[in-house]
Design a protein around this ligand. Sequence first.
Ligand code: ACO
Length: 334
Amino acid sequence: MRLKSNAVITGVGGFVPDNILNNSDLEKMVDTNSEWIVSRTGIKERRILNDPSLATSDMAAYAVKDLLKNAGLEPEEIDCLIIATSTPDHLLLSTASIVCDKLGLVNAWATDINAACSGFLYAYTMGASLVESNRYKKVIVVGADQNSAIINYEDRNTCILFGDGAGAVLLEPTTEDVGLIDSVFKTEGKGREHLLVPGGGSKIPATPDSVAQKLHYIRQDGRVVFKAAIKGMTETCTEVLKRNDLEINDIKWLIPHQANYRIIHAVGENLGLPEDRVKVNIERYGNTTAATIPLCIWDFKDDFKYNDNMIFTAFGAGFSWGATLLKWGKLRTV
Ligand code: ACO
């Protein structure tokens, strides 16, 4: 008989580009102002990968390299790599396989998943299930997006929101009572019209006309997404607490997807969680899509203590959303 394993986060890594695009820079590009951006979104600056020779795979590789260094592991020790991204280097072939090649993850199988802003949340639960199955011992899950590749910097509705970055976690088995506990996930395909990149896939392949119509950039109905995000994240957090017989006071940290400070604040308030238990770094990075949650883990890991109950929650294109409940364990040290 196999003992049941829990899947716990034992390593963390991250990467953001050095280049900063702040609100004053945006004032020179579109009809906006810093006061509007800060009061409506909480964002002061974002990182942009502006070296044309680099792409999402490079940011993911830097984050995984940072993780391996922090955890004291060699690339060949990794069994599996899952990258959540909506901005793969190429349409046909996974960004994860490029990262395996760049870093020498010679014993890992690798794949991408696309669930937009919920991508890391979904990939984390999928990676944890592989570990819990006892088939895989060291699974790395990455959230990485180069949003600047799909942003129209003439559209003030979207260009103020997004940035580039990558974050990574290592999952390993443990028989201790820590690690991922439960996830509540939802998908509502009817929401797709409110947030998408229309062109570039099989429905609208790239043509001179699709480029002229700017169909390869993000389009969204901000107000619809805003309301649905608050509702969706609040409801799934409430559901995951309820079905695990927990109260909000049992939760030490909420790590929400960083899309808009007002969304984050409303979700915390709806749940009744004091502000100092809700992790926020949106002012520095903006919305990095699949990278927001792992970048928060990377930024705030020193605050987390063994046995802390935490919830990760996200909402994104699809619509896709959810909440994952976990108990923090112990990171590997070198
Ligand atoms: N600068 C100045 N004015 C602006 C800007 C800007 N950058 N953008 C819009 N405005 C104007 C609008 O034109 C509008 O003017 P009007 O009243 O004359 O028509 C006014 O500001 C208010 O616009 P709203 O769209 O109502 O502003 P809102 O408060 O909803 O904020 C925002 C817009 C920031 C996009 C918000 O709706 C939002 O964050 N939505 C969530 C979108 C999101 O995060 N999507 C990312 C992916 S999904 C996810 O991560 C959850």
